[in-house]
Structures are given as C-alpha cells and as structure tokens.
Design a binder for this molecule. Sequence first.
Ligand SMILES: O=P(O)(O)OC[C@H]1O[C@H](OP(=O)(O)OP(=O)(O)O)[C@H](O)[C@@H]1O
Ligand code: HPA
Length: 185
Amino acid sequence: MSIDMGAIKAVRKEADCLFTKAEIDAAIKKIATEITNDLADKNPIVFCVMNGGLIFAGQLLPLLDFPLEISYLHATRYKKETTGGELFWKAKPEVSFIDRDIIIIDDILDEGNTLAAIIQYCQHAGANAVYTTVLLDKEHDRKAIPGFSANYTGLTCPDRFVFGFGMDYKGYWRNAPGIFAVKGL
Ligand SMILES: O=P(O)(O)OC[C@H]1O[C@H](OP(=O)(O)OP(=O)(O)O)[C@H](O)[C@@H]1O
Ligand code: HPA
C-alpha cells in the first residue's frame, strides 16, 4: 500500500498542540524525582516498551542517577491504525524476572490493555514488584480495567488521537517535538 505523504504532512500541520516540549520536559523531570525517591534502592530492571516508549525512556533514564539495568520489550496492538486490536508480542523479554523489581516505561496509557498484559507477564515471570510509568494517560471511560492508571503519570490528555514524543500517527510523527492531537480525531 502506498503512503500519501501529503496527507501525513497535513496531519502534522493541522494538528492541535496539547503539550509543548517544555511542558513535557517538566513532566519527565517530575517523574524522575518521584521514581528516584521511591525506587533508587531497588536495583530495578527498567523496560522500555518499544516502539512508543523509546523517546520517553531516552529522556527519563539519564535523570535516574542510581543503579539500574535497562532492557526492552515490544508488545503492540495498534499496528498503523488509530484503534487498537489484539495484543501481539513482537519481542518478549529475555532476562530473568525472578525476585527483581521491574519498571515499565511506555508512552501512553490509552485503554490500558497493553500495560495490563505487560504487568501480568512480569508477575507470571516471577517479578518481586512491577512499577509502571507513562508519559501520557488518556481520559475516557474505556479503560480495560476501570480506574487503571500507571504508578507514575506525566500528563493527562483528552480523548483524542495523539502523536509526537514516541506516539505515532500511521507510523509517522513519533519524532514530533511535542504532543499533538490529530485534527478531527
Ligand atoms: O493502552 P492501550 O490502548 O493498550 O494502548 C497503548 C499502547 O499503544 C501504543 O503501542 P502500539 O500498539 O501502537 O505499538 P507501537 O508502540 O509499536 O506503535 C502505545 O505505545 C502503547 O504501548
Ligand atoms: O492516541 C494514540 N496515539 C498514538 N498511539 C496510541 N496508542 C494508543 N493510543 C494512541
């Protein structure tokens, strides 16, 4: 299928900026302080959830100045769509979780299916405790588990389809330097 690059460019141009880079930087700093206060002595393994978690993790991790190990996993359910489907594990973790404290970093908690499945995976794999952090939590009443939220949340956004700072629109604009809502979505 060929991509209409004109349409992809138009989405970026017409989008509403929900959060500027400065607002995101401040939110990430706040999360870093909270995580440092709570978890600096836990010797955690920190997992970046690919692909969306990449940019948030890249900015958060250098602010966590305590001993930790870094790894990644890839679970996806949106593919290049704006609505989620069944969760597909593209890369399962290969390190041992036994008796370890785990921190999961992802870009967005939308319906929460992805994060809930990852937490369950870590618990079944023998983790001592699982902590989660998301840059963005989307406000609506469609959470997979009512009231579900991450342990550390940077920002909350209205119920619109967003991109930037790791989040994609049809595979594009993860690199956008802010958080933007697609016009009409
Ligand atoms: O709370 P949920 O409704 O489950 O959605 C959140 C998940 O969706 C996105 O991943 P996506 O499936 O798009 O995979 P990707 O990061 O590889 O694009 C995002 O990065 C989260 O992991
Ligand atoms: O609004 C969104 N934007 C990008 N990726 C997403 N994954 C879940 N929700 C979203």
